[in-house]
Design a protein around this ligand. Structure first.
Ligand code: SF4
Ligand code: SF4
Length: 299
């Protein structure tokens, strides 16, 4: 049976492709962006997740664990992931849902059942978007879901880094109605430093898919101090203009400070000033003008 570890299913999404969509978030990602908004999606395995804001400090979870995997300190429940056997006793014991597994293993068939529940809301434009993590890192599952969606007349799109072998990217291109992909940084050294991988395979995939006529939307996450400078946006604009496809829009996605709680849950250092807010509108407008200056559509 083909399965994947799904860490979220977002229903009625209006920001993950055309129309109203169901977005399926699949675990594991080859990139390690310093600003990752979904750090729970980076590793492939299912792990325990602790949400301090839901915790009432009853410590029932600690009492329920036979394996000594849970402890209490100033930040609340501390999880020893090496000692945890994923038996689920603490999840059952928790009265508030503060401790839970961060994903569930789903088959293609189970995923399609979830999708079918939302079908009445899709209208003519909406449908399903596979996201992550990185959906191309689970190709058997993702392609099976995408192909079955289309066979059932459901619009199928993906959000991807396009950090994948060319043959994998091509297979996804055949199976989808739109590919939403990021260009985070155009300078190779800056890209490597910020994400841990080279951007050459990403740019090459974009070039090849653009040549094939794929329906593409390019997104640039505006991350303060990482990607939000004019030099980066100018380089990206030059690259997209060189594709010779004026029907490929570029969307600037403003920084979202909401992910701070996730870093706290994971007990990982939050990579920004706690007071860091969205990038001001006039700065975003100026960056959009760089894109439109190259004849591109800026969203
Ligand atoms: S899942 Fe089981 S082993 Fe892991 S912390 Fe909870 S009770 Fe302990
Ligand atoms: S059982 Fe739930 S609410 Fe109680 S301490 Fe554990 S995580 Fe918090």
């Amino acid at each position: 049976m083909i399965t994947a570890n799904v860490f979220d299913i977002k229903r009625f999404s209006i920001n993950d492709g055309d129309g109203i969509r169901t977005t399926i978030f699949i675990k594991t990602c080859p990139l390690r962006c310093k600003w990752c908004q979904n750090p729970e999606g980076l590793i492939p395995e299912i792990r325990l997740w602790y949400a301090k804001n839901l915790c009432v400090a009853c410590k029932s979870c600690i009492a329920a664990c036979e394996f000594g995997a849970l402890d209490w300190d100033a930040l609340g429940v501390r999880i020893d992931h090496d000692a945890c056997t994923r038996c689920g006793a603490c999840v059952t014991a928790c009265p508030t849902g503060a401790i839970r597994f961060d994903a569930r293993q789903m088959s293609v068939e189970e995923t399609l059942l979830e999708i079918e529940k939302d079908r009445p809301f899709y209208g003519t434009d909406g449908g399903v978007t596979l996201s992550g993590g990185e959906c191309m890192a689970s190709p058997a599952f993702s392609l099976a879901v995408l192909r079955e969606c289309r066979a059932r007349g459901i619009n199928a799109q993906i959000e991807t880094s396009l950090y994948a072998r060319p043959e994998v990217a091509d297979a996804f291109c055949e199976a989808t109605d739109r590919i939403i992909t990021d260009i985070k940084l155009i300078d190779p050294a800056r890209h490597r430093a910020a994400t841990g991988v080279d951007n050459a395979p990403i740019l090459e995939n974009i070039r090849r898919l653009a040549k094939k006529g794929a329906a593409l939307l390019i997104r640039v996450p505006l991350i303060p101090g990482f990607t939000d400078d004019g030099e980066n946006i100018d380089g990206i604009a030059k690259f997209v203009a060189s594709l010779g496809r004026r029907d490929i829009p570029v969307e600037l996605l403003n920084f979202n400070p909401m992910c701070r709680e996730k870093y706290e849950s994971l007990r990982q250092e939050y990579p920004f000033d706690p007071d860091q807010r969205e990038i001001p509108e006039d700065t975003v407008r100026a960056l959009k003008e760089i894109l439109t200056g190259y004849g591109l559509t800026a969203l």
